[in-house]
Design a protein around this ligand. Structure first.
Ligand SMILES: Nc1ncnc2c1ncn2[C@@H]1O[C@H](COP(=O)(O)OP(=O)(O)O)[C@@H](O)[C@H]1O
Ligand SMILES: [Mg+2]
Length: 499
């Protein structure tokens, strides 16, 4: 239930004079705000017990019972409801109410009295409440604030400081900040924003840190890890994949969320990248997080698998729940086949089923990027149409792509612009290279140049060095052929084909 819904229900329960309303939440302040709004709208009076103040009239703030122990508060309320009708009493900060004990039994006694005199006891607790108490009335749970509420909280927190500190954020930045922080309580969000305010400036670059602030609240989820990536890296080629991603970016943009859901458009589920090792699958997974501007989490299926009965399922559930909680995010499962080719095939197929079910049912913006080198090891149900939004095949770089790669790493490592004629030659020499072969050989040449100050970078040095490389097509031709023939028939090419 969100804030407005909760308020509506609570109003209804109060009007119906249900003797006990339990609210399970750790956000006491948010609930009190909600009750104060009801107090004004319905013109009801509330007395609230807390350990720090005893019992206070919520409207005036006047103390009505100074004694601070829970027992004396219960004595007071018990006496009040015996003689008065239609009162409302809030109990907050109370502990030890999960099981039968002196306090809970006393409460039950009070609640049955309250029922006869139309009094209402509201219990706010972050702990579980003894079911025998809940049974006498009704329980509510207040959901974490929505992104719209959080946006307001963030604005309200920053506003008082606006003319004293530098605030770079615009409307869109507020929306993005709220999206990044969704799943946190109002208090947690206020604290995070306040920690920005005290630095004296709220900058656009702070948003980057916010992206990962939720992650600090969970640390020990087996198999799930937040990956921080450098801002800029270039990907040569793979133009089909890049275009497809640009289209999907719109569907995951928090600023378009409202509009898209009104039109019944769901966020995309994800993509499976298959293909030849060293041609950019892992690189693309990281790039997607940059392109979408949402954080990246890596899920390692091998780590998720535990040795005890049910442990794997539980750990996978925990990891997927967490991914939903930190959404929007990219959930990256690298080399998915490795996590799934376990000797214990019963567990493996259970995990696949569980994962596919989640992929189907999940409504949160978690964009899954799975990558796989050897698809023959992948279970058929995973690659069936409709599981992912698309399956791409990443092939060896074609001629145009090799030229791009050579240019890219020539600039990056060698710090030179290779002239067109030479590029043409090198492009031919590198036929059959994986992208990583090109990257690695350009890097090696750079090492040599740095290590030997007398060596000069000439065209023949470049050509000779590249000719010496034993590329992936030479070391493992059968495997490459097998991957190619599968990929070409069953997946969308990641590159624009020009050969
Ligand atoms: N398309 C590409 N553009 C630029 N560099 C690339 C490309 N593909 C691969 N590389 C280089 O090769 C390395 C290995 O690529 P990677 O993405 O890990 O391959 P894999 O497909 O096996 O996951 C990358 O870190 C990068 O340096
Ligand atoms: Mg990889």
């Amino acid at each position: 239930m969100n804030y407005e819904e909760s308020k509506d229900y609570l109003k209804r329960y109060l009007k119906a004079r249900i003797p006990v309303i339990t609210i399970n939440s750790s956000e006491k302040n948010r609930i009190l705000r909600l009750i104060k709004e009801i107090q004004d709208e319905l013109n009801y009076e509330f007395n609230m017990y807390s350990m720090s103040d005893g019992i206070v009239d919520l409207k005036t703030g006047n103390v009505v019972n100074e004694e601070k122990t829970l027992m004396s508060a219960l004595d007071y309320i018990s006496e009040e409801i015996r003689v008065k009708n239609n009162g409302n009493y809030i109990l907050s900060d109370i502990t030890d109410i999960a099981s039968p004990n002196i306090v809970t039994r006393y409460l039950i006694d009070i609640i049955s009295k309250a029922e006869h005199t139309s009094n209402v006891i509201i219990i706010i607790s972050s702990e579980n409440i003894w079911p025998n108490i809940e049974k006498l009335g009704i329980g509510m749970k207040l959901a974490y604030p929505t992104d719209i509420e959080l946006r307001q909280t963030i604005i309200d927190t920053i506003k008082p400081y606006e003319d004293r500190i530098k605030v770079e954020w615009d409307d869109k930045d507020y929306t993005n900040a709220a999206t990044y922080l969704q799943g946190l309580s109002e208090m947690e969000v206020k604290n995070i924003i306040t920690s920005l305010i005290v630095t004296g400036e709220v900058l656009k670059s702070d948003l980057k840190e916010l992206k990962y602030s939720k992650q600090k609240l969970f640390n020990d989820i087996a198999g799930l890890e937040a990956i921080e990536i450098e801002e800029d890296f270039d990907i040569a080629g793979l133009d089909n994949l890049k275009e497809w991603l640009k289209e999907k970016k719109v569907l995951i943009d928090p600023n378009r969320k409202e509009e898209l859901s009104q039109r019944g458009i769901k966020p995309p589920k994800g993509v499976l990248l298959t293909g030849i090792p060293g041609c950019g699958k892992s690189l693309c997974a990281k790039a997607i997080s940059n392109i979408f501007n949402i954080p990246l989490y890596r899920l390692d299926l091998a780590t998720v698998q535990g040795e005890y009965v049910g442990q794997s399922e539980r750990q996978l559930k925990e990891a997927l729940d967490t991914a939903e909680y930190v959404s929007p995010c990219v959930l990256w499962i690298d080399e998915i086949e490795k996590g799934l080719d376990d000797h214990n095939s019963a567990i493996t197929s259970k995990l696949i089923g569980q994962f596919l079910f989640w992929l189907q049912e999940n409504k949160k913006p978690v964009f899954v990027v799975a990558s796989a080198n050897s698809i023959e090891k992948l279970p058929a149900e995973l690659v069936r149409k409709g599981r992912f939004d698309e399956i791409f095949f990443v092939d060896l770089p074609n001629k145009e792509e090799r030229r791009e790669l050579l240019k890219l790493y020539g600039r990056k490592y060698l710090r030179v612009e290779l002239r067109d004629e030479l590029l043409e030659q090198l492009t031919d020499v590198t036929n059959g290279f994986a992208s990583s072969d090109i990257e690695a050989s350009m890097r090696n040449i750079t090492y040599k140049l740095i290590a030997n100050p007398d060596m000069r970078l000439t065209e023949s040095v470049l050509i000779d060095e590249l000719k010496r490389v034993v590329s992936i097509s030479k070391t493992n031709p059968e495997k490459i052929e097998a991957i190619k023939s599968w990929g070409k028939s069953r997946a969308m090419p990641a590159s624009k084909i020009i050969e």
